[in-house]
Design a protein around this ligand. Structure first.
Ligand code: GTP
Length: 355
């Protein structure tokens, strides 16, 4: 069984973290996020993966190589100019080894999903579909395009985002395609699978099936979703064979967390990090080589590689870019983002922790 994983996007919503690292390679629970997806693909019986790369393509091959460490064979195809989701899928067709009527799994590289991929493939085969989409039901579908299905499970429309969606079923970003369908996507130009390929299939009367499964599902596109995904992986809320032992936190063996500091809530603390006395790191990601001073509070935040937080800093729902330095007493809340390398001076006004 083969899979194509789309990893060529720029990840603009996750800037500045994605300036140096493509979104699927950001660390989650101590390993690049994509590792969890590849491990899940392997568990589902996939042996050959083609990564459709573009933005910072070299980072993927440098890390995963031929894929053998994950029990996979990985090929890489790079778009010099990004071709969009459909164009990226079409662009890797020469690397596929399956026959025309064989199913190919296609995954967005930024989805964390606990759904049953073999069951989705089985549904595809049973329905004789050309394409089968994993659909999830979400509480607030207004932020997504919605995908209604009929009583046989066939997709009846692809409806754009709307304040009053027709259904709470949304596209979960994992597809099963007949190999022959991929050959029909136009080559050499930008194509959106969501906006062009799927609507065209419906217009042509093709059998497109919705496989609805309400398993764990998260679109890891924003900082809030990214910290949640990592914490859920650390705590085992969603299973991954790339997480050795789920627990309240993951701390790299080379990190130094002093006894009087507390790391909890699914936090991931990377190699060579230092966390000083009296600090708390909760539900957060602290990347390689970062320094957390004393009496610091970090909640649901991301601290980039080599960043420094001075004593008494307080961060809630914040992102600190690689190598940034926050002087003592700075307070960042509600989606604040500090760009890489920025220096913030000490803050004259200190906030007491119970203020
Ligand atoms: P934002 O810029 O924050 O929206 O993120 P993104 O660039 O990742 O876009 P989006 O979340 O819509 O992409 C969904 C998936 O498709 C991600 O796994 C992307 O890496 C991938 N993707 C998006 N555009 C392209 C492209 O042009 N080529 C390839 N190969 N993959 C793409």
């Amino acid at each position: 069984m083969e899979a194509i994983v789309l990893v060529g996007g720029q990840g603009t919503r996750l800037r500045p973290l994605t300036i140096s690292t493509p979104k699927p390679m950001l660390p989650a629970a101590g390993v690049p996020f994509l590792t969890h997806q590849l491990a899940r693909a392997r568990t589902a019986g996939i042996e050959h993966v083609v990564l459709a790369t573009s933005y910072r393509a070299e980072v993927f091959s440098e890390h995963f190589g031929d894929g053998s460490s994950l029990g996979l064979r990985i090929d890489y195809v790079t778009e010099t100019d990004p071709l969009g989701t459909g164009g990226g899928i079409r662009n890797v067709v020469d690397r596929l080894e399956s026959g025309p009527s064989d199913p190919i799994v296609v995954l967005n590289g930024d989805i964390l999903s606990g759904h049953d991929i073999p069951a989705q493939i089985a549904a595809h085969r049973a329905a004789g579909a050309v394409a089968t989409l994993h659909l999830v039901r979400v509480d607030d579908p207004s932020a997504f395009g919605s995908v209604p299905t009929d009583d046989r499970g066939r997709v009846t429309a692809f409806v754009e985002k709307s304040p009053e969606p027709v259904t709470n079923q949304v596209n979960a970003g994992c597809y099963v395609f007949d190999r022959a369908l991929i050959d029909t996507i136009p080559a050499g130009r930008v194509v959106s699978v969501e906006h062009e390929t799927f609507p065209a299939l419906l217009a042509a009367g093709a059998v497109v099936v919705g496989y609805v499964e309400d398993a764990y599902w998260l679109d890891v596109g924003t900082p809030a979703a990214y910290v949640r995904a990592s914490a859920d992986l650390v705590r085992g809320v969603v299973a991954s064979s790339a997480v050795e032992r789920p627990g309240d936190a993951w701390v790299s063996p080379s990190a130094r967390v002093v006894g009087a500091a507390r790391v909890s809530g699914g936090s991931a603390v990377g190699p060579d990090v230092a966390v000083e006395a009296g600090s708390t790191v909760d539900g957060s990601i602290v990347m390689d080589g970062a320094t957390v001073g004393s009496e610091v509070s970090v909640l649901r935040s991301v601290i980039g590689r080599g960043a420094e937080l001075g004593d008494g800093c307080r961060l809630v729902d914040a992102v600190v870019g690689d190598g940034a330095r926050l002087g003592a007493g700075n307070e960042l809340t509600s989606g604040a983002r500090v760009w890489p390398g920025v220096r913030l001076p000490d803050c004259a006004v200190r906030f007491s922790s119970d203020a």
